[in-house]
Design a protein around this ligand. Structure first.
Ligand SMILES: [Mg+2]
Length: 368
């Protein structure tokens, strides 16, 4: 089998949460996905995508332009089912997972379709039938965040990620205290700082709330600073922003820098490196959260398959990313979200997403 034609689309993803705060841009109200459609000489078609919000993990036009260069120069002559060969080529470019994610995902979709197997079977089989979900709640005054928490509880969610940072330390402390006062025993709370505190800020705040039951996510920007905080507070620490590759995960584990990790599939480079991280985590007692900076049903399906094939001992949670925007690409309602859990609605081959080609957004580049 050979790749015959690759089409790259840019699709806007309006946010249901209003504005979102990311590293460089504190008030983004629109995310984007770059969708990769691979057509083969035998007629099989696969889909993948890579999300971006503001500048994170990079601007969408950069993902699209660099993906196109990579595909045009090095990947057009490949068999999409030979994922090891494709990874070997991609690995010659260090990092830059965002430009590799869509292509890798689309190749897995084609491999599954060629074998008549769903992705979870290719990944080793399901270790659980449903994946627990978290809901991300963006920065707002403390009372508003509590209200949002209560709204999502009604939908069945029991894991919540609250975003803080970007400003007033006292406000962050008030947010944590207000939200934790509401916590129920069957819920898991994570406070995500996205690296925005200094070490001394983190110590001031976390020592005030050290007896409360929550995980602190990426309190400071670097791994070394997060480890410094971890050594001096009594809370589980999750790393996110400073993990961008398989090697970053290995180093974080080897240096005892965290208790759990977030794997953003859109910056790690797709399903192939995510599978490696899943298996590394499986050899340890680290917890793992699968996430993405936005995505349609294509990315959410990939996250679901990964989560379902992760040991329940390691899996903390994943995200129903497609529900953070009204934009959609699927025609078959491929993903079930119910009572704070998620699973695939079908065992169709590949990702299990029937894609409407008319819903892919602006066709920016065709390579053939
Ligand atoms: Mg985070």
């Amino acid at each position: 089998m050979k790749i015959k034609k690759v089409s790259l689309y840019r699709k806007e993803m309006p946010m249901i949460c209003g504005k979102f705060t990311c590293s460089l841009e504190p008030g983004v109200d629109n995310a984007e996905v770059i969708i990769t459609r691979i057509a083969t000489d035998c007629g099989l078609v696969g889909y993948g995508e890579s999300g971006a919000v503001g500048s994170y993990p990079m601007y969408a036009p950069g993902i699209l332009a660099s993906s196109a260069e990579l595909i045009e120069r090095h990947l057009m002559d490949k068999d999409p089912c030979q994922l090891g060969v494709i990874q070997q080529t991609m690995n010659m470019i260090p990092g830059q997972g965002a430009i590799k994610t869509g292509f890798d995902m689309a190749c897995w979709d084609i491999l599954g379709k060629s074998l008549g197997q769903p992705l979870h079977a290719l990944l080793g089989g399901k270790l659980q039938e449903k994946a627990p979900l978290y809901r991300s709640i963006t920065h707002a005054p403390p009372a508003d965040m509590v209200q949002t928490l209560n709204d999502w509880r009604l939908e069945g969610y029991r894991q919540f990620q609250f975003r803080v940072g970007h400003g007033d330390m006292q406000l962050d402390l008030a947010r944590i205290q207000s939200l934790l006062a509401e916590k129920r025993d069957n819920e898991m709370f994570t406070v995500d700082v996205a690296g925005n505190w200094r070490v001394d800020h983190a110590l001031h705040i976390l020592n005030r709330v050290r007896d409360l039951d929550f995980t602190i996510e990426q309190p400071c920007w670097t791994v070394d600073d997060c480890r410094s905080v971890r050594e001096r507070v009594n809370l589980p620490i999750k790393l996110d922003n400073s993990l961008n590759s398989v090697n970053d995960v290995l180093r974080a584990y080897a240096t005892n820098a965290c208790d759990s990790i977030v794997l953003h599939i859109n910056k790690f480079g797709g399903i192939s490196p995510a599978r490696v991280v899943r298996d590394i985590v499986g050899a340890t007692t680290l917890g793992i959260t699968y996430s993405t900076q936005w995505g349609t049903e294509i990315t959410t399906a990939a996250l679901t398959h990964l989560a379902l094939t992760t040991s329940p001992n390691n899996l903390i949670t994943t995200i129903d990313a497609h529900n953070y925007s009204p934009a959609t690409v699927a025609t078959n309602n491929p993903i079930v979200v119910d009572n704070g859990e998620m699973w695939m609605a079908n065992d169709d081959p590949g990702l299990g997403v029937a894609v409407d080609d008319e819903a892919l957004g602006e066709l920016v580049k065709v390579i053939q």
